[in-house]
Write a protein that binds this ligand. Structure first.
Ligand SMILES: Cc1ncc(COP(=O)(O)O)c(C=O)c1O
Length: 391
């Protein structure tokens, strides 16, 4: 990895900030921003339809680059305006009936939990959460027993939760889903762009991701992966439009074959162009390189924080580039003040965003630092030193 070049490609780093909020919204490479500005400037001149026609081939590269990123075919990819948009469309394609069961985890993302509860309230769907083992890993035996007992319609797992360093063993869950032939939805919002994500290995039917976090794309972008199995079974969003189907008869339509049937016709092509460039950039750097380097950064940071005396709340055998901690006596305020004063970018998560996890941990919130491959070990040491002096 050419770290100097990678850092030169980020205009946002020119003021000396230390940017450690990649799990929130990362810094885009200059090519991502420039491609979007160029695109909109062309739209200003000739109108959006003309620019889309002229750029049709380049825009298609979005599907090829994303397919390369997660190891599938271009026909399995749909553009989305966010991870939540992708998630909602995937869920809407499953026709839930009263009594149907969704199995999820205690660490799944707040919005996923809310949408499941909404389905519970509106359709009388039953939501069951698997147990965690004492080391905070998913209890796969419990999951298998729940499948046997409830014959669920869907299993939904967040690969990397927003609020802890955990990486869930989504591959092991995938094997169980295959064995029992259950639909499997993976929220990879925090893992795509941060580490290698391989849908073949995971064995999921749907996978959702966002653009602005570890992918380093623009806001208002994301994507949905839809497996061939699910496409062949004619799954499509409940509220699809002319992007999803051909209107063949007064009262009938024919679904289009590819995952694009999960898109809406109108999208921001400038944003799609930006996400395409971000994905191309990640592919060029190489996801394995990015993953290995991110591990080094986060392990170093976690070790330093523990040694200094902070409480690090990441629990699990396999931890990610999301580092969560608080002061020795639970303090969040002073840490935030010190980080802000030193031009260090971070975020804070409070209990309402991680209700089950933080209730179990008996904490009200955490400070989150999320390094990414453009950060340096020197930056990690500097932040650690600043925090050490704040105690
Ligand atoms: C694990 C996880 N899933 C889903 C989302 C939602 O992503 P978006 O805001 O792009 O819909 C987030 C956002 O923080 C997240 O961390």
């Amino acid at each position: 990895m050419k770290l100097d070049k990678i850092r030169q490609d980020i205009r946002g780093l020119s003021d000396g900030k230390i940017f450690l909020n990649n799990a929130g919204s990362s810094l885009m490479p200059s090519i991502v921003v420039d491609s979007m500005i160029d695109y909109v400037e062309l739209e200003e001149q000739v109108g959006g339809y003309e620019v889309a026609n002229v750029n049709a081939e380049v825009l298609e590269e979005f599907y090829d680059e994303t397919a390369k990123l997660i190891n599938c075919k271009s026909s399995n990819i749909a553009f989305a305006t966010s991870a939540t948009d992708a998630y909602a469309k995937a869920l809407s394609s499953i026709i839930f009936k009263e009594g149907d069961v969704i199995i999820t985890t205690v660490d799944d993302y707040i919005s996923n939990q809310i949408v499941f509860i909404s389905l519970q309230k509106k359709l009388n769907v039953k939501v069951i959460r698997t147990k965690n083992l004492s080391d905070n890993e998913l209890d796969l035996e419990d999951l298998e027993n729940l499948i046997k007992e409830y014959n669920p319609k869907l299993i939904a797992v967040t690969h990397i939760p927003t609020n802890s360093g955990l990486i869930q063993n989504v591959e092991a869950v995938g094997k169980i889903c295959k064995q029992y032939d259950v639909l499997y939805l993976v929220d990879a919002c925090q893992s795509v762009g941060q580490m290698v994500v391989d849908v073949e290995k995971i064995g999921c039917d749907f996978l959702t991701a966002t653009g602005r976090k570890f992918m380093r794309g623009p806001r208002g972008t994301g994507f949905l992966y839809v497996s061939d199995k699910v496409l062949d079974q004619n799954y499509a969003p409940l509220l699809l439009d002319m992007r999803g189907a051909n209107w063949t008869e007064f009262d009938d339509y024919e679904l289009f074959k590819t995952a694009k049937r999960f898109e809406h016709w109108e999208i921001s092509y400038a944003s799609l162009m930006g996400l395409m460039q971000a994905t191309k950039y990640a592919n060029a750097v190489g996801m394995k390189n990015i993953e290995d380097y991110n591990k080094k950064l986060s392990q170093k940071l976690r070790r330093n924080l523990k040694n200094i005396g902070f409480k690090v709340w990441d629990q699990g055998n396999n931890l990610s580039s999301i580092v969560t901690f608080c002061g020795p006596d639970g303090d969040l305020e002073n840490i935030q003040k010190v980080l802000k004063n030193n031009n260090i970018f971070f975020s804070v998560t409070y209990k309402n965003s991680a209700l089950i996890d933080f209730t179990n941990k008996n904490i009200n919130g955490i400070v989150r630092l999320s390094p990414h491959y453009f950060n340096t070990i020197e930056e990690i040491e500097k932040v650690s030193e600043i925090l050490k002096n704040s105690l």
